[in-house]
Design a protein around this ligand. Structure first.
Ligand code: SF4
Length: 187
């Protein structure tokens, strides 16, 4: 008789101590496990890379397998800003405002050459990489990147989220990054 395969996969438990009927780990590892498997992305798609993202969300590639099927078009309910496409300098303040409206903790992926570095558009009007206006956690190369590459970038974010110490967002180093970008005021 043919045995059916499970249609879901379980995530691995975090590091910890186990014995029959007992599993103990630290609080930040549990939070990291939950957060990394329930990321709500905000897609900021301006051009062709956005089309690749649509394929990434479709049934074949199915980003929902990673717990990220719930896209958020409100920055206030989003964890991950995904910038996909050419960002004109005039649009820069809008991207920064969207980032500022996201609650902490928040992460950013620059998807494709345009978002990462301006791509082929080395012109006066195009921002030469979104890291000039917001801090970026992961860069996905390609023009355009294939859905597999976008998924790989997403999995790198999951890794960062799972291992981020809970206190990182309160650290002086993180404050300094936000001050450098003009997102926090120096006191
Ligand atoms: S990186 Fe290439 S595919 Fe992506 S938005 Fe720029 S020109 Fe289009």
């Amino acid at each position: 008789m043919e045995t059916s395969k499970p249609i879901y996969s379980k995530v691995d438990p975090p590091e910890g101590y186990s014995s029959p009927g007992l599993f103990a780990t630290s609080f930040d590892k549990v939070i990291g496990l939950a957060r990394s498997n329930s990321i709500w992305p905000l897609p900021f798609a301006t051009s062709c890379c956005g089309i690749e993202f649509m394929a990434t969300m479709g049934a074949h590639y199915d980003l929902g397998r990673f717990g990220a099927e719930r896209l958020s078009f409100s920055p206030r309910q989003a964890d991950l800003l995904m910038v996909m496409g050419t960002i004109a300098k005039k649009m820069g303040p809008v991207v920064q405002q969207v980032y500022e409206q996201m609650a902490e903790p928040r992460w950013v992926i620059a998807v494709g050459a345009c978002a990462s570095s301006g791509g082929i558009f080395d012109t006066y009007s195009v921002l030469q990489g979104i890291d000039r206006i917001v801090p970026v956690d992961v860069y996905v190369p390609g023009c355009p990147p294939r859905p597999e590459q976008i998924i790989d970038g997403f999995m790198r974010i999951q890794d960062l989220v799972a291992h981020e110490p809970l206190r990182r967002r309160y650290s002086d180093e993180y404050r300094e990054v936000l001050i450098k970008y003009g997102i926090l005021k120096k006191q």
